[in-house]
Unconditional design. Structure first.
Length: 297
């Protein structure tokens, strides 16, 4: 692997009124312009780029959150998308940040939408890359195997089955993150396979995955059940911020057709489709994504 080192991470945590710990990091330029990042699934506050040149060039103070049950953040059984949105608002209060641009990826998508709907004054502009959206059966058949099976289990309400599916994957990811991730993504398109060969990208993945799953599988199970069957409580009509959604037309983790159906319900939304691109393409597009977001914020 490359010996590229990440810039300093500033660790922080907050105790919520119910006694839970919520944790986050700050990176990039720590006295720069704030930007909030909501990571994918399974994600943690350590899911940050090793190569932070795009952040540093734009003097961005990047706040990366994590959700209940991942990393250092206490699990919240029965939670939906709204409770993490309230946690993020509390983090912004702690940081004395009133309003800022927000950027989410993959399983972070509904959590950004929940933040924008529930706390509209906090979101200056929103960007989602390769985000999750509610699927139908036909779309599930086109997803990678782990997501397809997770969809079927969630639709049946089979939490025990989801746990049995994800626990051995968690163990394999902790033992050898890259080998296990490659196996999980074996049917992903060539664009994703190429990015998985990048040693700097690999460092980012390994660090984020190991932190997100180190305390157990339950947070991942909670979120997986939600992503496939928990959208009913999310009122997309309340999303007021401008939203740009970037997606690959060959994404097998989150089918494009599901995204198109979702965005028909979101005001002020714009979809940009990368051709011949998969779920990891955003890694190569960071400067373009940031400039478009900051231009709207």
């Amino acid at each position: 692997m490359s010996d590229v080192a990440p810039h300093d991470l500033r660790e922080a945590r907050l105790t919520r009124p119910d006694g839970r710990i919520v944790a986050w990091t700050e990176s990039g330029v720590l006295d720069g312009r704030p930007l909030l990042r909501i990571p994918g699934t399974p994600g943690s506050r350590h899911a940050v780029r090793v190569d932070q040149a795009a952040w540093i060039e734009r003097r961005l103070r990047v706040v990366t959150t994590e959700r209940p049950g991942f990393g250092a953040s206490t699990r919240l059984p029965g939670r939906g998308f709204l409770e993490p949105a309230d946690d993020i608002a509390a983090i912004l209060d702690e940081l004395r940040i009133e309003r800022l641009p927000v950027y989410a990826g993959s399983g972070g998508a509904p959590h950004l939408l929940a933040l924008a709907a529930r706390h509209p004054d906090r979101v200056a502009a929103a960007t989602i890359v390769v985000g999750a959206a509610p699927n139908i059966d036909l779309e599930a058949d086109r997803m990678i195997g782990l997501n397809a099976e997770g969809y079927r289990l969630a639709r049946r309400g089979d939490r025990d089955g989801m746990t049995a599916l994800l626990e051995p994957v968690r163990e394999a990811l902790l033992a050898d993150p890259m080998a296990s991730f490659r196996e999980t993504m074996a049917t992903a398109p060539p664009a994703d396979q190429e990015i998985m060969g990048d040693p700097v990208w690999q460092q980012s993945l390994v660090r984020g995955i190991r932190e997100s799953l180190r305390l157990g599988v339950e947070g991942w199970v909670d979120e997986s059940m939600l992503l496939f069957s928990g959208w009913a409580d999310l009122d997309l009509s309340q999303v007021r911020a401008s939203l740009t959604w970037w997606h690959g037309n060959r994404d097998r983790n989150a089918p494009l057709s599901a995204v198109q159906r979702l965005l028909a319900r979101v005001p002020h939304a714009r979809l940009i489709v990368w051709q011949d691109a998969g779920h990891l393409t955003a890694y190569l597009k960071e400067p373009e994504i940031l400039d478009e977001l900051l231009g709207r914020a």
